[in-house]
Design a protein around this ligand. Sequence first.
Ligand code: ADP
Ligand code: MG
Length: 288
Amino acid sequence: MAIGIIYESAEWSNLYLRDYLVNKGFEVLFINFEEAALNAAQFSNVDLIVNRIFPSSYFRGHTKTYFKGIDFLNELNRRGIPMINSNEALMYDFDKQLVCNTLRKNNINTPKIYCCSSEFSIDNIKYPCVVKPNRGGRSSYTHKVNNAQELSEVLKLLPKVEFIFQEYIESLDNYTLRIEVIDGEVFSAVKRSMDETGISSYHRGAQYKHVHNLDKHITDMVIDTLNILNIKMGGIDVIVGKKGPFIIDVNATSNFSKKFVDFLGRNPLDRMGDVIINEYYKLCQVAG
Ligand SMILES: Nc1ncnc2c1ncn2[C@@H]1O[C@H](COP(=O)(O)OP(=O)(O)O)[C@@H](O)[C@H]1O
Ligand SMILES: [Mg+2]
């Protein structure tokens, strides 16, 4: 009986998680979705799937994952194989629009979505706005757009996938908050600087600062957010604007570089590994 990690990018975080579980004595099937020829029957001796496929797969050339990954994981779900994060979490991880709409319905502040590319309406767009892929990551093809002229330039650059056109939240201090929530608790909170184009991203060389006392209101907001979306562990981007904090992005497959973990001084992947192990034991108990 085994834990199956399905990934598509052999990054430090995924290898670390595999080694963590192996070192704790678990049999781990470490499966590269992009390369392996898979069928759901091969998972007959897997008790728990750990989903580590990133929504940014398309922009890294991993088109098999981008187009087929969700269907495959849904098929495993139909066969009754439990997954962490949940199958529902996977849907949210791949659909920023769905996240915003769901959170809004639950009275959590998220930026307004003016339109998306499949229902494009230039008249609905107000400035400044953000243009970003609905299924994205790593701030690929993400732009702050200040006026109609800039928008027409940006539109020429976009690949033919779904984009959203969203209210731009001006940060009061030029930082975005990045908060990791694991098993109902805030594990870490950092501030990430913005670049001169108004975007904040590790992949664009952002600077980090520790946040030691996270505001209670923001703490409650991010914990509620993951509960609403049925995400057991995830990373949330928050921008504090003049109308208060807004949830900008929710990642159900948080990625960490070694450099970032060294900066944090504690490793979220160890904590995530323990949550996976707990989940595994819970399933074993249920199965008797
Ligand atoms: N509505 C928004 N208002 C202000 N900045 C935004 C907004 N949406 C995205 N950004 C900026 O763009 C970055 C990347 O967008 P995000 O939604 O986090 O996508 P991802 O991290 O999946 O690429 C964010 O960290 C933030 O700096
Ligand atoms: Mg983000």
